[in-house]
Design a protein around this ligand. Sequence first.
Ligand code: FES
Length: 67
Amino acid sequence: MSDTEHPDIILCPGGPMLLRGDHVVQDAEGNAHRTWRPISAVCRCGKSATQPWCDGTHKVIPPKNRP
Ligand code: FES
């Protein structure tokens, strides 16, 4: 399987950015969050209560205001 068929980072239209594998994500306050999960969802809408991770809140945002 080529890298283009199995990307490490996936941007979900209107939703989070999915990370495949191990990463360290720095939040807006400069705190580092390590993830070892097979797939992690990073919030792109700014409304999640569990920043920097997506908690599904983007689904209640009007589509035109989503990332
Ligand atoms: S992208 Fe899902 S809560 Fe922000």
